[in-house]
Design a protein around this ligand. Structure first.
Ligand code: F6R
Length: 259
């Protein structure tokens, strides 16, 4: 199902696999149209299936990453990249090591530098020098974060050091031995970087995302729900599985957008 609401395109797919395939096909479309595309990438559970699909497309010779440049949204602060929970590790394992992307075109914020301000500033400059991101993949946190832009974020911020919310620390504890091992800080692209991207694809699956997605789409644009800012972006595609879409579909019915 495809719905256009408030100039955003919303796809509702049968399940996680179909959501992942749709997202991967859209990334492939972007790269096939512009071989030197600059992609903004996310980590977490949601895009794992999309990366799997992209690897399959690559193996089938249907996508070529030779000229692609990537910028990841975020990285934990002071977590060595060899740690299997670092986002650099995740990206390498799930994607980079399995496709023909050149290592000099891969960018993940450096979470272990003594000069955090310098790292953030350099990341912003590098994105600008690459003429900004063509296609940004986003997931969404249960608290409405995108990247690690937690509630009450400053919309004008570029890449910066973030204090993670208790909600986020608890949600991400599932990846660590215990909640105490979850880093308390991260470096994240800011809302300014995300809003400067040319196209956004936000993906979400599962019932636990259903209510925040409704707030993101139909609530006010507010720093309390950082993802709500995408209502102001002019090229947004949202791909959901049925469970995540539950309240969004109810609201669209209520508003007469769908039957
Ligand atoms: C990760 C990121 C986060 C996640 C969000 C959802 O790079 O940017 O905003 O997208 O926390 O995470 P999952 O997909 O694990 O539910």
């Amino acid at each position: 199902m495809k719905v256009v609401y408030n100039s955003m395109i919303i796809f509702v797919k049968e399940d996680y696999e179909a959501m992942s395939k749709k997202a991967a096909n859209m990334v492939a479309g972007q790269v096939n149209l512009k071989s030197n595309s600059v992609l903004g990438l996310a980590t977490g559970s949601t895009p794992e299936g999309m990366y799997r699909e992209l690897v399959e497309l690559y193996k089938d010779d249907r996508i070529d990453f030779a000229e692609v440049t990537t910028f990841n949204l975020d990285e934990y602060y002071e977590l060595p990249i060899e740690n299997d929970q670092s986002y650099a590790y995740y990206m390498n394992k799930n994607f980079f090591s399995q496709v023909n992307i050149s290592s000099e075109n891969i960018h993940v914020p450096n979470g272990i530098s003594d000069d955090v301000a310098g790292v953030c500033e350099a990341y912003d400059r590098l994105i600008e020098r690459n003429n900004n991101i063509d296609l940004q993949i986003l997931g969404i946190g249960n608290n409405g974060h995108i990247g690690f832009n937690e509630p009450d974020v400053k919309f004008e911020a570029g890449t910066h050091l973030v204090q993670l919310d208790e909600d986020t620390i608890e949600a991400n504890a599932r990846f660590f031995k215990s909640v105490d091992d979850v880093p308390r800080k991260a470096i994240s692209m800011g809302i300014r970087n995300i809003m400067h991207t040319k196209k956004i694809i936000l993906i979400a699956n599962g019932a636990n995302k259903a209510s925040i997605l409704k707030e993101m789409l139909f609530g006010p644009v507010t720093p309390n729900i950082p993802a709500s800012v995408i209502q102001l972006h002019n090229d947004v595609t949202i791909i959901l599985d049925k469970e995540a879409a539950k309240y969004v579909l109810e609201e669209l019915k209520m508003r007469g957008v769908i039957q």
